[in-house]
Design a protein around this ligand. Structure first.
Ligand code: GLN
Length: 248
């Protein structure tokens, strides 16, 4: 039985709109392939985790208040997180977590929340609480060499600038900022996105990309891994309905 280890950051503070569901989908799609997903949790003042020892680090969305509260604690791990990113641990970052891996997040009150500066993008919310990117969103992203519709919903005041490698092209919705053509941030081992949903429940191909990446990394990328195909009939039916509703 193969094992993958996932570290869940600030589950008590960064879990807006059911983002924990991403872990449940990963767990399900691993177990269907006889892979055990071991989940550890980390929150404020817990003993420092060994980030680079994990296959996956996950962090969900969070309100400005929670982002402010946890910021000092998160900064303590800046160098260790950068090292884990550079050594290839997979980072799945949703919305508020996405924002905190950039240079800074300027909240709706105008307060600057320092970011980890792992990536060069930065985020600023307009100081008008009514000005938020809210609604269903569909983008097109290249997942493992295949152009795929990515479905979710967004709810963020933050507008993210200076993204050099976006995750997807916006088909419907806003994206990184109001009426943007791009959404999220992508590297081979990083998916940072505004899409709640949970993301992986509506986009099983992304879950499989993450699992496949982790297994290939465990094999030092010396072999191409073909995951056992799962029966995604229900998932595909749901996606078709959502795409018909949002796009066609
Ligand atoms: N508080 C951030 C914003 O409003 C992130 C929100 C979220 O994680 N959904 O942009």
């Amino acid at each position: 039985m193969q094992e993958l280890r996932l570290l869940y950051l600030y589950p008590d503070m960064m879990e807006l709109y059911g983002d924990y569901g991403n872990i449940q989908v990963l767990k399900y799609r691993c177990e269907k392939r006889d892979i055990t997903l071991l989940v550890d949790k980390y929150s404020i003042n817990d003993p420092a985790p060994d980030f680079k020892s994990y296959d996956i680090v996950f962090a969900g969305g969070g309100a400005d208040n929670e982002q402010t509260i946890l910021s000092d604690d998160l900064m303590k791990h800046k160098e260790a997180i950068k090292e884990a990113v550079n050594q290839g641990t997979f980072f799945l970052l949703i919305c508020g977590a996405y924002q905190l891996f950039g240079k800074y997040y300027k909240g709706v009150e105008g307060n600057i929340i320092p970011g980890l500066e792992v990536f060069d993008y930065y985020t600023e919310a307009q100081q008008d609480r009514t000005k938020r990117c809210i609604g269903n969103i569909v983008t097109k992203a290249n997942i493992d060499g295949e152009e795929t519709e990515v479905i979710g919903f967004e709810n963020h005041g933050g507008q993210t600038f200076n993204v050099d490698t976006p995750f997807g092209k916006v088909v419907v919705g806003n994206g990184n900022k109001f009426e943007d053509k791009e959404e999220g941030f992508f590297l081979k081992n990083v998916i940072a996105t505004y899409l709640h949903g949970p993301l992986l429940s509506k986009n099983p191909k992304i879950a499989d990309y993450i699992i496949k990446y982790c297994l290939e990394r465990k094999a030092n990328f010396n072999e191409k891994i073909e995951l056992k195909q799962l029966d995604d009939n229900l998932e595909e039916k749901c996606r078709e309905q959502l795409l018909n509703k949002f796009v066609k």
